[in-house]
Structure formats: structure tokens, C-alpha cells
Design a protein around this ligand. Sequence first.
Ligand code: ZN
Ligand code: ZN
Ligand code: ZN
Length: 198
Amino acid sequence: MDKNTKILIAEIPGEWTERLRSGGTNIWNESRSGEPHRNGLPEVRLNPPEAGLYAERIDGAWYWVSGCGKCNGTGESYSYVVCDKHNVCSLCGTHRSKITGAVWGRRDGFACAPCQTREDAAAKAEALAKVAENKYDPWDYRAQDECKCPHCATVIHIESEDYGDKQMDCETCGGLFDLVTEYSVTFTTTVIGERVTA
Ligand SMILES: [Zn+2]
Ligand SMILES: [Zn+2]
Ligand SMILES: [Zn+2]
């Protein structure tokens, strides 16, 4: 796709400004739960004439422009829409239309199941090989700053709302382990009344 693609969308008045995107579909004046948009304008839904395009208002008119990060060469690893040519597995390049079944979303697009399985196995082997360089010492996994899998030493980020004591399985090695969230005590003091001085 040409990154300079600019196709006038004749059916959308240039004065319209309320547009949102749902997948490849562009929706102007979206109505919510049967109610028309608060601006009173009719809802219009359009799909681009070609995958990878989305509607953009430029100088008071609507145009289909390229939203494919790879075509645009913006360097952005993830684009919301992708053109047909770039709708491929990031790892093996197989086109989406040739892939049956689920794909795994990645930062730079998606991976097909065989590629994902291969990559997961490689990550597991790498982590296990690295941890095998040192003798296992349970103390290496006690009171750590981060949650570290006691099988493969992969650091697992845990959001504060997910803190707690629980059983977990490691996404890297598949190992099962117990997590205990430990809190340390700190002390804060503030003066009551006037501070006592010499
Ligand atoms: Zn593209
Ligand atoms: Zn693949
Ligand atoms: Zn692990």
C-alpha cells in the first residue's frame, strides 16, 4: 500500500468530526444503546475500500489514508490496522488467510501457532539452561524485589492489585509454585505541637 494514499470519502460531510474506529470499521456519530449520538447526526459506518486504510479528517474533509505501520514506515511496531500484504505471521511470514485456527498477538503483529510454540519452547530451554548454571538455592527466591519463578528464574511482573498469596504457574517453564507476598514494616514520625529543641 502506498503510504501517501489519500482517497476522498465523498459520503461523509467534512463538517462531521465524531468518528471512532472498531477494528477496520470507521463509525461516525455512533449511536449508543439505540440512542442517536448527542450531536443529533445520523450514524454512518464504513469499511475502507482496502484493508489497512482508515478515515482521517484532513483540512475539513474525510479521506481514507494508510494506517499500516509497516507501509507507513513509521517504525511503530504495532499498528491498529494492517494492510493485506502485511497481514502475516511476524515470525514466518505466512499470510493470515493461510492460517487456520488461533494466532497469538504480539507487539509487532501476530504469530501463528507453530511459530508461537517454537518460540515458547526456545524461551523455556534458554531460561532452564541459564538457571542450571548455578546450583539451586531456595534462598535465591526468598524476599525478592520481584516475583521470580523458582524453577527457571524468570521474573514475573505482578500488578499491585494482584498481590496476595497464591499458586501460580510460570508462563515460561510451566512450573507450578507458591507465591507469598511479604510486606516489610517502615516507621514514619511527625512532630506533635512544637518541635522540642535544645
Ligand atoms: Zn502494509
Ligand atoms: Zn509463523
Ligand atoms: Zn519458570
